[in-house]
Design a protein around this ligand. Sequence first.
Ligand code: SAM
Ligand code: SF4
Length: 455
Amino acid sequence: MREPEVRNHRGRVFAQADAAGKAFFLETFGCQMNDHDSEKVAGLLLSRGYRQVETPEAASLILYNTCSIREKAAQKVFSRLGEYRAKQSDGKVIGVLGCVAQQEGEEIFKRAPWVSLVCGSASYRKLPEMLTQLEAGNHRVTGLDTDTDETFETEVTRRDNPWRAYLTIIEGCDKACSYCVVPYTRGPERSRASDAILREVRQVAELGYSEVQLLGQTVNSYADPTPRRMRFSELLLAVAEVQGIRRVRFTTSHPSDFTPDIVDAIESEPKICDHVHLPVQSGSTKVLRAMQRTYSRDEYLEKIAMIRGANRPIAITTDIIVGFPGESESDFQETLSLLAEVRYDSLFSFKYSPRPNTPSRAMDDAISEEQKSRRLAVLQEKQREIQSARNAELIGQAFEVLVSGKSRRENQWSGYTTSHRMINFASQGKDLLGTYVQVRVTGAGPNNLVGTQEV
Ligand code: SAM
Ligand code: SF4
């Protein structure tokens, strides 16, 4: 049987749909949720007979899964599209997926007329139809609805990490942080059915994955749509019970929905990793109000006290934005004092970036780029000191490590502790990749630990 042709935006046939022609290249920008969406898109394409290739040159279909959380990330995509402008003459089909696709919509066709597919993440469930349209020769295909209560389910997911399986349990976001594009680009919050999640966990466990990471922009706002009405903490416990699963991670947690039963679950089940990523964004209640973060500094600190009160140490990491409109020097000092008080195990820090469609874009009192850069550098230096001191406290202790890397240097390996600390260690062992070993910490820097395998 003859397979359909694939055409680019000018209607030119670029490939017969044979094994050689149906090759895709997929590049991902942004967060773990984008990485995992790409794994699902790749699975979908593979199940339709496409091959994945390492370079755009070798592909007939080039896809960019994009991020628009900050302006720099969004710009990167347009410069990539510019680079591949020349490739249109090779008859390649180019598609833009993800947050920039959602945000810019059909404008992308105007800015980059050589693009044939524009699809936001809330429309991925329609990707099979869109591929059919492309294969049928349609050369302007869009998926831009955010008005959905469905999640993106695929039969096949092509996972990049051989040991850690990512699973999205909640898509979109119903919070309305005044600086954030996610509610616009990913649509409203939709939770996946708990039985579908547990089925997928059993599948990945059977495939040999021992660690799963549950994903969501506000993962702990999970609301099971099935009559079981499983709470997030119950879901964590149920995932940990699946045979073959040794580690359960989850990210990102929203402070307002971080309830004591989640801490109880971590305390009672060692397979649930001792790490909570709890973005604070600012240490100033005034700034938190302007950000519409739904908690004050004191309320956030109560959550930290609850986590620190567990009878098992739990690592805490966070995200911080500096230079939000109206952030005074004393507001910034409050963020620094919060860092000193919480002593985070690690953090991601960003200069505020005004984004389209967000309320904060119209706020007065913009902070200069120079001030933002200075504050970011001060904050990062302070955190470096905290991390150096915290990591030094771990010297002499032993931790379980999932080995995920092998150095070119003889007998040197690397991996992560359950608290998500990276550790480089020496071992005479062979074939350690993917195994769990005990490693004693012998040295520490701000960003990683050094150790030796226990025998
Ligand atoms: N949903 C998560 C949350 O609520 O924390 C993460 C959302 S976002 C993918 C990751 C981080 O990007 C946020 O926690 C925030 O620190 C940062 N971010 C989001 N919008 C930003 C903006 N307009 N400018 C700078 N940083 C931003
Ligand atoms: Fe964005 Fe706030 Fe939702 Fe996180 S909780 S995705 S920062 S709107």
